[in-house]
Ligand binder design. Structure first.
Ligand SMILES: *[C@@H]1O[C@H](CO)[C@@H](O)[C@H](O)[C@H]1NC(C)=O
Ligand SMILES: *[C@@H]1O[C@H](CO)[C@@H](O)[C@H](O)[C@H]1NC(C)=O
Ligand SMILES: *[C@@H]1O[C@H](CO)[C@@H](O)[C@H](O)[C@H]1NC(C)=O
Ligand SMILES: *[C@@H]1O[C@H](CO)[C@@H](O)[C@H](O)[C@H]1NC(C)=O
Length: 243
């Protein structure tokens, strides 16, 4: 009877593990996967800040993209419910640093999020645009970026229009968990990719072999000490050394 209950519990646990809300966006030249959410911080009537979170669902789609480098930067626009996330890539195939991108690396050079603020306590209701410019997710060419959790702050919030009015104090935190980004040719089997792990994940990867090494060393010491103590006792008790 409780074998059955155990099985049920196991199934429920497994479904919890596999019921993920990760999304995947790909075209010929890129693949962006992971669970993407935005923490939107806005100004209330009393100028204090409040925030809410939006998560991209499977209903989000690529509404625009460019894979032809001759026609401008490689980019993707991911849209859902009237909000648009634009991701622009920079690929530096040169052997020297170009702009902010390392030689023979690619990365995200720009992220723009356009959204509408509609909570009841917003000071200025309406359309917003937040931007991040820099070099994010920088990865050697032909490698796939992988990170278990990452955030990018999008600032310079403006009310888009004829004279982009800026809104002081507001910002967006783009956050993605279980993130993989590939720029370049996609392969049928993702296990064939060379992955480039973010710093936080590299640390975890280093910690495991170090921990194993320390455990093994400790074991050797314990065995040695036990042996020495054992030997001393044998000697003291007039053991094998007195023939
Ligand atoms: C995109 O990446 C995800 C995660 O690695 C993978 O499951 C999916 O198959 C990839 N899609 C394509 C078209 O390569
Ligand atoms: C969203 O951002 C605000 C301000 O940084 C923070 O106080 C809040 O805890 C964040 N919310 C979530 C769900 O991460
Ligand atoms: C790469 O280098 C070449 C010549 O060294 C230069 O003409 C080209 O503009 C560089 N590429 C980029 C993206 O700057
Ligand atoms: C990346 O892969 C493409 C296609 O497989 C290849 O032509 C190119 O030489 C590679 N570039 C680097 C820097 O490895």
């Amino acid at each position: 009877m409780y074998k059955y209950a155990l099985l049920c519990a196991a199934v429920m646990l497994m479904s919890g593990v596999f019921a993920d809300d990760s999304t995947s966006f790909s075209k010929d030249c890129f693949n962006i996967s992971g669970t993407i959410s935005f923490n939107i911080t806005y100004k209330m009537a009393d100028d204090k800040l409040n925030s809410y979170e939006v998560m991209l669902t499977n209903a989000s789609t690529i509404s625009n993209f460019n894979c032809k480098q001759t026609e401008g930067p490689i980019m993707a626009v991911i849209s859902e419910g009237g909000s648009d996330l634009t991701i622009e890539f920079d690929i530096n195939k040169n052997k020297t640093k170009v702009a902010s991108m390392d030689p023979q690396h690619w990365g995200v050079s720009k992220m723009i999020y356009e959204y509408t603020l509609s909570p009841a306590d917003v000071k200025t209701v309406g359309r917003r645009q937040a931007t991040a410019i820099g070099s994010y997710f920088v990865t050697p060419i032909n490698h796939t970026y992988s990170c278990s959790k990452q955030q990018v702050k999008l600032e310079n919030v403006t009310i888009p229009g004829a004279n982009d009015t800026s809104v002081e104090g507001e910002f967006i935190n783009f956050s993605e968990t279980g993130l993989t980004i590939r720029v370049g040719p996609l392969l049928p089997d993702t296990t064939d990719y060379d992955y480039h792990y973010c710093k936080a994940d590299q640390k975890v990867k280093d910690i495991v072999p170090i921990a194993v090494g320390v455990a093994l060393a400790a074991l050797v010491v314990i065995v040695l000490v036990a042996y020495l103590i054992g030997r001393r006792r044998t000697v003291a008790a007039g053991g094998y050394e007195r023939v």
